[in-house]
Design a protein around this ligand. Structure first.
Ligand SMILES: C[S@@+](CC[C@H](N)C(=O)[O-])C[C@H]1O[C@@H](n2cnc3c(N)ncnc32)[C@H](O)[C@@H]1O
Length: 218
């Protein structure tokens, strides 16, 4: 009896230790390319974050560009691929809707920002959404399928009433390659500008050798 209990306890401890190890290493045991929705949900469940682009100097720089165009406080904001809201730390918005396909992060966000609206859904699918300001930050370079990428761009154009801000790669960080086949894929955004019509490209703010904030307006 005692042996059986000890054995079971040992199994639990081993499983727990494996989870802790995975969390520490940021490792998510899933093929992102096959099921990005499952990948992101598991990543958040294992304690992962939206990434470095949503914090520190990068976040500060992105906000400076957006604030230079429009005041988000009193306008309706639609945040596509909103993630864990690190990007919104210290910021307010009176009419905010965030869409993300991770159920885990959407539930957490609802608890963190009770007056905001969060929708669990896929940005490439038809959704009854609109916002004066639409943000799609650090999401497009994680989309592996061309069809999904194009559907998302069409939706962004449809949902934008006034301003659209997209942060994505302006050059491939993968050298000569455009994709690592599982986690990120580089596509020159302005080559697909026709999918964003009737929005007009206003400006590209380069951040680094690789990233840029693209500004569009209806
Ligand atoms: C790197 S995070 C960026 C989060 C946030 N935009 C930011 O800048 O802090 C990418 C987010 O996009 C979400 N995402 C990726 N593809 C999506 C899709 N097709 N529909 C909805 N959400 C998606 C992921 O779940 C993840 O939370």
């Amino acid at each position: 009896m005692l042996r059986r209990i000890t054995y079971r306890l040992y199994g639990h401890v081993r499983r727990l230790a494996a989870v802790v190890r995975r969390r520490r290493s940021g490792h998510v045991p899933f093929d992102k390319a096959a099921r990005p929705d499952v990948y992101w949900d598991l990543r958040y469940r294992l304690g992962g974050t939206s990434g470095k682009g949503s914090i520190g100097a990068t976040r500060q720089w992105k906000w400076a560009q957006i604030d230079g165009c429009v005041d988000v406080l009193n306008r309706s904001v639609l945040d596509i691929g909103c993630g864990d809201l690190s990007f919104w730390r210290g910021r307010a918005c009176e009419d905010y809707t965030g869409l993300d396909f991770s159920d885990t992060v959407v539930k957490r966000n609802r608890r963190a920002r009770r007056s905001w609206t969060f929708i669990q859904g896929d940005a490439s699918q038809s959704q009854d959404l609109s916002g004066e300001i639409v943000l799609c930050l650090d999401m497009l370079f994680h989309v592996m399928s061309d069809d999904v990428y194009e559907a998302i761009l069409r939706n962004l154009a449809r949902w934008t009433q006034d301003w659209l801000f997209i942060y994505t790669w302006r050059r491939s960080p993968l050298g000569d390659q455009t994709s690592d086949g599982k986690y990120q894929s580089y596509r020159p955004l302005l080559d697909s500008a026709s999918l964003l019509q009737p929005l007009m490209h206003v400006k590209t703010h380069a951040y680094s050798d690789y990233g840029a904030l693209y500004v569009f307006r209806r």
